[in-house]
Write a protein that binds this ligand. Structure first.
Ligand SMILES: [Zn+2]
Length: 236
């Protein structure tokens, strides 16, 4: 995505080998993006960059995907859900509730029910969790080494996703922040992206508190957001 004023932004997803199948963390924009979203974000709309195309390029079959964990249900995270109709879809209960029965006009416009009209097998997680490195985790049902880490604020049930990586962890922080500089002290973020985050947040104060907690995670946790291009490039 190339929003006016930059910087270039990505949709960072994960493909995780779990058991005898694959688990996805977020699905990206997919195909069939919406005009309003495309215009405001300058999305490239390159089919070769979509999750189904990336999976096939890596030699996988779309049917290999057994589970999908979503940080939240915004269009650029749930866009390719329909390509995996048999996968179980794990997410925070508050996020699914907000998307199915939006409590505000803003939430009615941010979600696109067409992205889940095929009727996914939802698996939801509530408030009860276990301590995890200063945050809380909900280990996924039936998926070893992956846990939902609630980070509400960007949306009602927004969550990070922790993935066991050898002796450490990856933490996909979704849209808890947009650019790496937000984890610095003092935080750095281009004004238009600060405004964008403020305008879509359901709880701005909680969002900022979560950014602070992310900045204090111990070594051994590799945290990255969904949209920072440099964080994605560092994986290459
Ligand atoms: Zn996003």
């Amino acid at each position: 995505m190339r929003p006016l004023g930059g910087p270039e932004m990505v949709c960072h997803c994960l493909i995780v080998q779990t058991g005898d199948g694959l688990t996805l963390v977020d699905t990206g924009i997919g195909v069939g993006a919406f005009l309003g979203f495309t215009m405001t974000t300058g999305a490239a709309l390159d089919v070769s960059e979509t999750m189904p195309a990336r999976l096939r390029a890596l030699g996988y079959d779309l049917g290999d995907v057994r589970d999908i964990v979503l940080t939240h249900l915004d269009v650029d995270h749930a866009g390719a859900l329909r390509h995996f109709p048999r996968a179980r879809v794990h997410l925070h209960a508050a996020e699914l509730e907000a998307a199915l029965r939006p409590p505000s006009a803003g939430e009615r416009s941010r979600y696109r029910p067409v992205q889940w009209e095929h009727g996914p097998s939802w698996v939801t997680y509530g408030e009860a969790g276990e301590p995890w490195l200063g945050l809380e985790a909900r280990p996924l049902d039936g998926v070893d080494g992956v846990a939902l880490v609630p980070l509400a604020g960007h949306s009602r049930g927004h969550s990070g996703v922790a993935v066991r990586d050898g002796d450490g962890w990856l933490l996909h922080a979704g849209d808890a922040y947009y650019v790496r500089g937000e984890l610095a002290d003092p935080p750095r973020c281009p004004p238009h992206l600060r405004l964008a985050q403020w305008s879509v947040a359901t709880d701005h104060r909680s969002r900022l508190a979560n950014v602070r907690r992310l900045s204090e995670l111990p070594p051994g946790v590799r945290v990255f957001s969904a949209h920072d291009a440099q964080e994605l490039a560092a994986f290459a």
